[in-house]
Design a protein around this ligand. Structure first.
Ligand code: HEM
Length: 218
């Protein structure tokens, strides 16, 4: 069967409902609309640290895979920026102060699992995070900058210094998605994994909301 719809378009169309779900999670809309606190922002950066630690360890393993390697670019690497942001936000003992939330633990376990052996699954997680970071992420970074008075310290995660033109970068990424040598069944599995990645992100916002409420009554 020939694919009439480009894979990158199918992926975007099939995940747009899940994207809206993530985007409209209460914790996220609060942050974006100015109701979130600096501590809420720090709680989000903390969870990103665990997610990108796993994703970028998987990236190192996947460099040897010919299909996955096409998507890998050092320009995307976020972990050093997250480490610097956390040191700025929490101080020198930042590492000892981090705790993953339950959804983050499950998200990380899944990234580790697919990142060890399944290129398609790895690409699904890679796509969901980095294309999101290069889309809504850029806008969120600018909002956080304004809201909390950050210059570059504290929001380094959102600054892709080596990607001058995010749109062009994403266009190339989508062309690479369209060129992957996967059959239809594998493409379906990858779409399912993208939906799972979105679910983790939405549930993470729910965890963050729950943790925030628990801290408020404590
Ligand atoms: C309030 C939060 C968010 C906003 C405002 C937002 C906004 C956007 C916008 C405007 C685009 C389209 C950009 C374009 O057409 O090039 C986009 C794309 C995307 N977003 Fe989000 N987003 C948010 C949250 C998320 C989350 C939590 C994820 C998942 C981790 C995510 C993943 C993606 C992905 C993967 C794309 C690329 C879709 C594609 O073109 O294939 N976004 N986002």
């Amino acid at each position: 069967m020939t694919n009439v719809v480009a894979f990158s378009s199918a992926l975007r169309d099939r995940s747009s409902g899940a994207h809206s779900g993530s985007e409209s999670a209460g914790f996220m809309t609060d942050l974006i609309q100015g109701r979130g606190s600096r501590d809420d922002y720090i709680a989000l950066v903390t969870q990103h640290f665990f997610i990108y630690e796993a994703l970028e360890a998987a990236t190192e393993r996947m460099r040897r895979d010919p299909v996955a390697a096409v998507f890998i670019s050092d320009k995307l690497t976020r972990l050093p920026a997250l480490e610097a942001d956390l040191e700025f936000l929490l101080g020198a003992d930042w590492r000892a102060r981090l705790e993953p939330l339950p959804t983050t633990r499950r998200y990380v376990a899944r990234i580790n699992q697919v990142g060890a052996a399944w290129a398609g699954g790895f690409v699904a997680h890679h796509y969901t995070r980095y294309l999101g970071d290069l889309s809504g992420g850029l806008f969120i970074g600018r909002l956080m900058q304004r809201r909390f008075g950050f210059e570059t310290n504290g929001i380094g995660f959102y600054l892709f210094d080596d990607i001058a033109n995010p749109k062009a970068f994403k266009d190339v990424y989508r062309e690479q998605l369209d060129a992957v040598p996967w059959d239809d069944a594998e493409k379906e599995r990858v779409i399912d994994e993208v939906l799972l990645a979105y679910r983790f992100n939405t549930e993470l916002f729910e965890d963050l909301e729950r943790a925030k409420r628990a801290a408020e009554v404590a």
